[in-house]
Design a protein around this ligand. Sequence first.
Ligand code: SF4
Length: 599
Amino acid sequence: MKVIISTLNSKYIHSSLALRYLQAYGRTKDEAYEIVEYTINMPILDVLNNVTTLDADVIGFACYIWNIDMTLHLCSMIKAVRPNAKIILGGPEVSYTARELLEDHPYIDYIVQGEAEEAFTSFVKVIRTGQSPVNPVIPGILGREQGNIQGSEEAVEVKDLSTIPFPYTEEDMLTLGNKIVYYESSRGCPFSCQYCLSGNRNTVRFFPQERVREELAWFVDHNVKQVKFVDRTFNCAPHHHIPLMEWMRDHGGQTNFHLEMESILMTEKEVDILSSTRHGQIQIEVGVQSTHDKTLEAIHRRNDWGRIQSVIPPIIKAGRTHVHMDLIVGLPYESKAIFEKSFNDLFSLQPHALQIGFLKLLKGSGVRSMAEYEYIANPKAPYEVLQTHVLPYDDVRMLKHFEDVFERFYNSERYRTVFGYISESLIQEGSAFAYFEEMTKLWLENGNQDRKLNDADQIAFLYEFFTLKRDRVACDLLRYDVLTSFNGKIRDERFGLSKDRKQEMQEAEVFWREESLVQQYIPNYSFVEWRKVRQDYHTIEVCGATLPYLGIPRGSYSAVEVIIDVKGETKPFIRHQQCGKIHLDDLAHTTSVTISEEV
Ligand code: SF4
């Protein structure tokens, strides 16, 4: 009997941890499942063709909000052309509405509800014997038997996670090299936020500590670029997570570890580790969702803004750990004005990324049944909210565009110097939301929401916005960010970086050929060839007020040319115009400039 387990990932770069756990657990019970992964971007008939070629007796699909529609469509066709194959679905998207789903979709034979390792393996063993997998009941399995839907109606959990083996193999490392590797050290969450399915039971279970350390070492030894922990609240038990974080700090090699953390549980200990680890070793995602107390109470979420303000800034300031924070649009009592306040609160902390999500009324979640908030949502997955009791659709629509603009420009982290400068006044005035809303309005006026813009087009838009704001410093710093973020490869008249650099290079020729002079600024410099100089160093004219943001004392300049190393190895510096004839002493004031870490 052939069993395949599959899923439609949202992107090629993703891989399914759930399938690998199922396969690894099956092996311990002498069951072999073949994994086949697709993406939702593949033509559905190609997927059908591939699945049916495998001629499996049992076909299982892991279902999530991003793939449920396509998975059901696919299953309807598989059943039509392979009527004898048993189709079984699992995953969060089907675990809490299994009966309804079986009633509505006659081509689905069975559903495994909850954590599937034990239930699915028991199911396969029974199917193999030709017996019914729903009578007698297998916990977690609901299915169709002689026209009736019967079996278990409960979502199950694996109580002892140590029974589930490490899911990855040497072979996986060959194919997962460029992909994100997902991993978990615990399951469940001690909280019960009403928009989330992870906290439904309040039961947290852990993989054995020693084993997790060995598995992390295996990832490090295999030079895995990023291990993304799917633990719902990584820092929910100090006896478990503190030693693991210390291990990552001390033995993490070149691997980056992504952790989801709850700020309310963060202490000085976590702050110390995250502030002293190697740069880029760990990145954290901190869901705040709202800073409005009434909203938090309504969704049973425990946040403490005071604690967030005390634990997050030192981590960001230390500059070692990338901090990503989340907000959700559409929560109870959160009107546009209240969301604006939540946004400004989080913006004031200057996280590296501030992600704006939109509430999804997930099947099985508490908010889905809270009629008092008058939710109107997309009836199809991902069930995103379109309107609430305090947030009309037009505001949701505007916030969608706001999120798009903010994501492209602030969260892309390509324009950090310019937004670092702008943020100073926005934080002081509490006007970050208003500023990005104004930017969004211009974006919409220009009709950009309906156009496909390349990087240069987007930069030209940003430059136009800064120009309309009459912000010369922002225009200068944007050109600096463009040069350093895109390695000097994007130049365009529209944002003051001409493609024709002949005159710039002619004027600088004497300077670049005089190695001892250049070494005043770039100690290891030696002239190799023009092409390299031209590639690596670009000159831009900036106003005096811009200089401090590039780490150069303002002096008495009203405008001056600054040399930018696009690789960022040398700090920006001012080359004297008459470089061939000057005394080096004249340059002394520019040789000692330092540039801030952020720049
Ligand atoms: S949102 Fe996070 S903290 Fe809340 S229940 Fe879900 S996983 Fe737990």
